[in-house]
Write a protein that binds this ligand. Structure first.
Ligand SMILES: [Zn+2]
Length: 55
């Protein structure tokens, strides 16, 4: 009924254990990408008010 999709990272057949990835390596890699994207998002200038004692 449903076609089994390949691993989104490397396009290899995915493993049941690590679905939707083919291996723990690809799963970790996906998480790393997530983390990097979130980390790369330009945030507000920030922190100055945190660093400055007061006004
Ligand atoms: Zn993979």
């Amino acid at each position: 009924m449903s076609k089994s999709r390949p691993c989104p990272i490397c396009r290899k057949p995915r493993s049941e254990e690590f679905t939707p990835f083919c291996s723990s390596r690809c799963r970790d890699r996906d998480l790393a990408q997530w983390f990097n994207e979130g980390y790369a998002v330009p945030g507000p200038p920030a922190s100055e008010s945190d660093l400055a004692p007061e006004e």
